[in-house]
Design a protein around this ligand. Structure first.
Ligand code: PMP
Length: 361
């Protein structure tokens, strides 16, 4: 069976080597006589895997010692609500930078648990740009500032970490974690749903600074409290063991490829290749995102004639491509170029795009 050229936004392509390892391990993992899914999370084998996986992520990202790494559940969306519960008093406030559908969801979920202020937004231009830093109305007494470094739907990315002074910076990195080197010490809390650059859905990786774990601003259930998860090594209840295992394989694969510097260079080349095909198409394809904020992970584009959308999808699928349909919120196409999407896959895509434009232009 042939593997498709997979450009899905998430759940998304995983490295083939990771899938092959998982396949080989499925019936008998690590000499245990069982799949990792069939073993206790409290057993020696899984505990070792969990610790080694965290260590690998710490090495990969250079996570400082005063940060904890948590392996949680609920998807990024659940943490839109849980983050304010853990970091801010109910009558306190938090600042949100709204640059797309996901940051808008984050602020609306947070609003149930804190006074969530939109300190800056680019909604007026339908999230095609980033609000300039000097227009942000930040409150120095806010409990935190939340932003979305990469908006998955439009493909809009911050290429620098914004300076927000002493207020802890919270980042939803669901669609760009591990895509390039990062200075973790600039953040108070980083969280990401795993289903793009890490592994399967149903796992959330969180990196949180110790002093934020000491905050206990709201009376919430123990299961919702990050400090309790930290105290229990993310095993307050049964964790997503399969997701944790696959995340470990992906981290190992990234290390083997040369780490985040190599991922960053590759992702820059891959996205530059697709943007060049769009910009060089004489208007057949168009990307409307502010150039300096174009995403390296999700490249959205529209065809000059929307009547061709269905034809593009049909022909691309017949040619072996999947996941190119844009999000329903904006239509058009989107090529997601996460770490597991290879440079040859991207070359095939732009070849197809040029050929399609030649035939239908
Ligand atoms: N944030 C971003 C940036 C996303 O791309 C997504 C999902 N595509 C989410 C949040 C929501 O994630 P989940 O479905 O895991 O809750």
């Amino acid at each position: 069976m042939d593997r498709a050229w997979n450009f899905s936004a998430g759940p998304a392509a995983l490295p083939e080597a990771v899938l092959r390892q998982a396949q080989a391990d499925l019936l008998d993992w690590n000499g245990s006589g069982a799949s990792v899914m069939e073993l206790s999370h409290r057993g020696k084998r899984f505990m070792e895997l969990a610790a080694a996986t965290e260590e690998r992520l710490r090495r990969l990202m250079g996570i400082p010692a005063n940060y904890r790494v948590l392996f949680l559940q609920g998807g990024a969306t659940q943490h839109f609500a849980q983050i304010p519960m853990n970091l801010a008093p109910r009558d306190g406030s938090a600042d949100y930078i709204v640059t797309g559908v996901f940051s808008r969801k984050a602020v609306s979920e947070a609003a149930h648990h804190v006074n969530a202020n939109v300190a800056a937004t680019s909604e007026a231009d339908d999230f095609r740009s980033l609000p300039p830093r000097d227009t942000w109305r930040l409150d120095p007494s806010a409990s935190y500032v939340h932003y979305t470094p990469n908006e998955t739907i439009r493909g809009l990315e911050f290429h620098d970490v914004p300076d927000v002074g002493d207020v802890p910076l919270v980042a939803d990195m669901s669609s760009n974690i591990l895509g390039a080197p990062l200075d973790v010490s600039r953040f108070g809390l980083i969280y990401a749903g795993a289903q793009k650059n890490i592994g399967p859905s149903g796992l959330v990786v969180m990196i949180v600074r110790d002093d934020l774990l000491e905050r206990a601003p709201q009376p919430i259930a123990k299961i919702l409290r990050y400090a309790e998860q930290a105290k229990n090594d993310s095993m307050l209840n049964t964790p997503n063991t399969w997701g944790w295992y696959l995340a470990g394989l992906t981290f190992e694969w990234i290390e083997g490829q040369g780490g985040l510097a190599v991922m960053g260079e590759r992702n820059a080349r891959k996205s530059a290749t697709v943007y060049a095909a769009i910009d060089g198409s004489d208007g057949f394809y168009r990307n409307d995102v502010q150039r300096s904020a174009r995403s390296r992970m999700n490249v959205s584009f529209v065809l000059h004639d929307t009547a061709l959308d269905a034809v593009f999808l049909q022909e691309s699928e017949a040619a072996g491509f999947i996941g190119l349909k844009g999000h329903k919120a904006i239509g058009g196409m989107r090529a997601s170029l996460y770490n597991a999407v290879s440079e040859p896959a991207v070359d095939e895509l732009v070849k197809f795009m040029r050929d399609f434009a030649a035939r239908h232009g």
